[in-house]
Design a binder for this molecule. Structure first.
Ligand code: DC
Length: 232
């Protein structure tokens, strides 16, 4: 009798959710915990936004942005202190990448199917041994539908606005909570209501509401899920 052995798929954990919910913190923690590679897919959309802005291309020029995406030379690295360093065509864009204005443009251009398709294979290329943790909006629903563990983080708008206010004040920037709530709600609406790959939990995702949880409490829950799913 012959036995056919299937190649063992490289394991993927997806972490989806709206902006400001703490996906990056959780994904970074999992990737350190399991020594997995990490894909910050939002950063790819933000890099596309920077590339388009620098060339004077508006966020509605879907085909031109898609063409740009195919040619982007991107590097995700860390400096000596372990802080992320992201370069676009060899230029350090780490700080620009995190600006609210960059996120806004990224959210606009990400509604176009041509742009999403242009970034699809690039995202899948991050699936390398020993495993991958990928965070974004559609990691579990589109990009890695066969992920072994899918998490969906959620939190109410006010909780996310408070976190954002704290982050901004650490950088010396004052912001009003009501203004932040309006901004966050507008971005949510765009990400959730677009036709292609809208933000939503995959049917097989486990949702964690982080509104009233500390980072340590979220990590504790994820630790349990990692064990249940055979990662530890
Ligand atoms: O997570 P972030 O704030 O870095 O993402 C910026 C924008 O990019 C977000 O508003 C929508 C888009 N995005 C997306 O459409 N799909 C993803 N997987 C990740 C981000």
């Amino acid at each position: 009798m012959t036995s056919i052995t299937e190649p063992v798929a490289i394991p993927v954990i997806t972490v989806d959710g709206p902006g400001g919910v703490g996906k990056g913190t959780v994904a970074r923690w999992i990737s350190k915990r399991l020594m997995f590679n990490r894909l910050d897919s939002g950063a790819l959309y933000r890099l596309a936004a920077i590339a388009a802005l620098d060339r004077g291309i508006g966020p509605d020029a879907a085909d031109r942005i898609a063409a740009l995406c195919h040619g982007l030379s991107i590097n995700f690295g860390e400096d000596a202190d372990g802080h992320e360093r992201i370069t676009l065509d060899s230029i350090d864009v780490t700080q620009r990448l995190r600006l609210e204005a960059t996120g806004e443009v990224a959210s606009h251009l990400s509604v176009w199917p041509a742009v999403r398709n242009a970034l699809l294979q690039r995202q899948r290329n991050f699936r390398q041994r020993p495993g991958l943790v990928a965070d974004g909006r559609d990691m579990g629903t589109v990009v890695f539908t066969d992920a072994r563990l899918k998490l969906f983080l959620d939190a109410d708008v006010r909780a996310r606005a408070l976190r954002r206010q704290r982050q901004l004040s650490e950088s010396g920037i004052a912001a009003r909570i009501d203004d932040l709530c309006v901004q966050i709600a507008a971005r949510d609406a765009r990400d959730r209501n677009r036709i292609v790959a809208p933000l939503r939990a995959a049917n097989d995702a486990i949702t964690i509401d982080t509104s009233n949880l500390s980072v340590a409490e979220v990590e504790e829950r994820v630790e349990t899920l990692l064990a249940v799913h055979g990662f530890t």
